[in-house]
Design a protein around this ligand. Sequence first.
Ligand code: NAP
Length: 249
Amino acid sequence: MAGRRLLILGGTTEAAALARALDGAGEWEVVTSLAGRTRAPAALPGAVRIGGFGGADGLASYLRSERIDRVVDATHPFAATMSANAAAACAEAGVPLLRIARPAWTPVPGDRWIEVADAAEAADWLAGALPAGAAVLLTLGRQEVAPFKRCPALRFVLRSIEPPVPEDLPPDCLLLSERGPFTLDGERALIARHGIRAVVAKNAGGDATAAKLAAAREAAIPVVMIRRPAPPATPAVAAVAGALDWLRA
Ligand code: NAP
């Protein structure tokens, strides 16, 4: 007998882990939805659909036409539009929704964090604080790079899964197309190799990309940390195990 139908809003390690945990058990027929930002996403068990739904109304129509019984919003903490749309669509279609909200990172002794609202504020801080020629590691998505064009005197090393369009790049920018997880040894070596003087990061949380924070602490360099957008009011759990409990209940 076919299981009940679960939509996972994905694009994260948690979404993939949830799809894997449910694979083969037969209880849930899983569809994972990806935005389509990554050209070669990692393989996932279950069905995968790619591309936007057309806002909250489009998602509500999808939930009805695909007879979805439950939704887990496992999107990234910075995917605020998708999470808000999920809340509105599930309320409209009467489908239970749970969010997996990975805990944010918090500074520990030895950290020097400058917390900012967005990439533009990060660029302003760098322009005011660093001397000409200083190297900065940007660990951001390709869509968040353009504000750093306002720092033409700095050298950037950009690590992102997909390269940005050339028009978005600051004049001196080395591209590293890499996907986590990253190790502490690797992050130490990266900072040393490029003479990095500051790291710009989004407060993603989780283990896969946390090593850069420890490496920056060791090197006594600042981390310009972009704060998370406000979370939606959706009921949330911190990890995949909580979502599995909710699906069993
Ligand atoms: P966003 O700004 O919240 O979403 C913008 C639009 O993209 C949404 O309105 C929706 O289009 C579409 N979309 C987003 N996630 C989708 C999904 N899982 N399935 C189908 N459509 C989706 O999202 P974003 O920050 O661009 O992130 C896009 C995806 O990348 C998310 O799935 C997220 O989990 C993943 N990701 C994001 C980050 C980050 O830093 N933002 C980092 C790692 C992974 P419609 O309105 O047309 O439905």
